[in-house]
Write a new protein. Structure first.
Length: 125
């Protein structure tokens, strides 16, 4: 059963194959400020339509997308140039290959009270 979602203004639409089994509550400086809860899916199973702007920071592994109109953080994708870096550990490369993070708060029917929320300690990033 696919699940749809959108940013606040509806300009960016998201479709994922199923509701998330769990979502990540990351405490890095950016996720803390954005207030996202991220759900992870194979990139090949996710559809995102609409214009987004991207933000890149820190280790430059991810493109962090947000709606160009309302500013809602929508998703992240791995940067293609990051996946071929010599200094990227194999386990990180494997975790990012064919993976996208979706802001679960944008998905229809998402309820953080009934979905497992896993704390990710990335404060030092």
């Amino acid at each position: 059963m696919s699940v749809r979602g959108s940013c606040h203004c509806g300009a960016v639409r998201i479709e994922v194959p199923a509701p998330p089994d769990w979502a990540a509550d990351c405490n890095c400086s950016l996720c803390t400020k954005r207030g996202t809860l991220m759900a992870y899916y194979p990139a090949s199973k996710v559809t995102v339509t609409g214009a987004t702007a991207r933000y890149v920071w820190g280790d430059r592994l991810l493109d962090l997308h947000h709606c160009q109109t309302c500013g809602c953080p929508t998703h992240w994708t791995a940067r293609a140039d990051a996946l071929v870096r010599d200094d990227l550990p194999d386990e990180v490369r494997a975790a990012l290959t064919d993976r996208v993070g979706i802001n679960a708060r944008l998905l229809e029917g998402f309820d953080p009270e009934t979905t497992e929320i896993r704390k990710l300690d990335n404060r030092d990033l």
